[in-house]
Design a protein around this ligand. Structure first.
Ligand code: LRH
Ligand code: MN
Length: 424
């Protein structure tokens, strides 16, 4: 399904008056409103190919209707999101769930939909039906050299798929670890994993990066072989200049100070980027900003401070991606909400008066520092984010447009109710 620009123009003219009033009020109090809007227009968040269908848990999966049944339909859905918010201009593929059958056709479709190919994701956390050896006891860590070899070859295969599509990065998330004390020799598991990652690193084209994604627990529940930012940084430092750490917001132990982790990984120039989502307990993969919006703002506050300290390009020098799963909501509405939450937190971080904040920090004026951050967080920037969307050719209110134009009903009419999207 494609959205006609005229439909968006009609929607925008219907809500323009209300928007203009809100925008005029918002910008009247924001001296750098135009600079913030330009940064928002340039900012894009990649959408995971595995989050366009209904997700589930081990207990149940309540499938939705009109889901994308193949890679082309997944790209169509991301194209639809991008047409509405002009901030979702990239897709991140997961192999083997999304192996293109016709590369030229897929690349042409991406061009037609104004989409780029973001980081590729390997998968050694499942056994594929035609797979010789099992990853039950891990992949790159496995005590069996042949199983490590199989996993290395898979990652190299994923790089080859990515090169054909124009991707520039490989994300390696390993489910490897142990469920019980005594099951694993931690040192050998680390060294097997590092040795294996060195072989994958050696296969990277010169202009590629590898992102080492860490996770505290699940599916292993005693140890994970890439269990936290420190372990991921160890691997990235030992691998070389093309290796970085990837922060998935849901992969931390309860109450971890993620904004501090982000500040230090930025300082070490080893932060690859993000898998944005939100969570209350574990790796819940909930809508971004739906549980801990202040934490998301504090993370972007550290990101803007860190990126400006190094003169980085906000839009292109880090990897911005959502990694969520939708058990009870329409996946496309959920993703629209997540992108909105990211844009709002980024806009607020751009609004922080850093000169005053640095002064308060230097003077240990705790209250002043707190007031600067909390007042910024309590500043409503939704009209600025909407204005950026409008200027970029998007819809002022994507969710309202999506519902008013019965997009899901249209997808069901096109695809029927039984299509299942590959993914989690
Ligand atoms: C692991 C993870 C990883 C993906 C998977 C789909 O929890 O976050 O990034 O490979 O989800
Ligand atoms: Mn992730």
């Amino acid at each position: 399904m494609r959205i006609d620009k005229k439909q968006i123009d009609q929607h925008n003219s219907d809500v323009q008056k209300t928007h203009q009033k809100r925008f005029d009020f918002a910008k009247s109090d924001i001296p750098n409103a135009e600079a913030i809007i330009q940064k928002l227009i340039d900012f894009n968040v990649a959408i995971p190919s595995w989050a366009l269908g209904t997700g589930g848990t081990r207990f149940a999966r309540f499938s939705g209707a009109g889901e994308p049944g193949n890679l082309e339909q997944k790209m169509e859905d991301i194209g639809l999101l991008h047409a509405l918010n002009n901030s979702s201009g990239a897709i991140s593929l997961h192999i083997p769930w999304d192996i293109p059958s016709d590369y030229a056709a897929i690349k042409q479709l991406a061009t037609d939909l104004n989409l780029k190919f973001d980081a590729m994701n390997s998968n050694t956390f499942q056994d594929q039906k035609d797979q010789a050896l099992s990853y039950k006891f891990g992949s790159l860590q496995n005590t069996n050299k042949a199983i490590r070899r199989q996993a290395i070859e898979h990652n190299i295969e994923v790089i080859k798929h990515g090169v054909k599509l124009g991707s520039k990065a490989l994300t390696v998330w390993l489910s490897d670890g142990s469920c019980f004390p005594g099951q694993l020799n931690f040192r050998k598991a680390f060294q097997n994993t590092l040795e294996s990652l060195h072989e994958i690193y050696a296969a990277l084209p010169s202009d590629w990066k590898v992102f080492v994604e860490y996770k505290a627990f699940e599916p292993n529940f005693y140890s994970m072989t890439v269990g936290d930012w420190g372990q991921s940084l160890l691997y990235a430092n030992k691998l070389g200049p093309k290796a970085f750490t990837l922060v998935d917001l849901g992969h931390h132990l309860p109450n971890a100070n993620i904004e501090q982790i982000v500040a230090l990984l930025m300082m070490e120039e080893k932060l690859a980027g993000f898998h944005f989502n939100d969570s209350k307990y574990g790796d819940d993969d909930l809508t971004v900003g739906s549980i801990k919006p202040y934490q998301l703002f504090l993370i972007f506050n550290e990101l803007v401070e860190g990126m400006d300290a190094r003169g980085l390009n906000h839009a292109t020098d880090l990897g911005w991606m959502i990694d969520a799963s939708h058990n009870v909501k329409d996946p496309l509405e959920d993703l629209l909400q997540s992108v909105e939450a990211i844009m709002l937190s980024y806009a607020q971080a751009l609004l922080v008066d850093r000169t005053q904040l640095n002064k308060a920090q230097e003077n240990n004026d705790v209250v002043a520092a707190q007031e600067i951050l909390q007042n910024t967080f309590r500043t409503d920037l939704r009209a600025l984010v909407a204005e950026a969307r409008l200027r970029a050719g998007g819809a002022l209110d994507p969710i309202a447009f999506y519902r008013y134009n019965k997009i899901r009903a249209g997808l069901i009419k096109e695809r029927g109710t039984n299509t299942i999207a590959t993914g989690l």
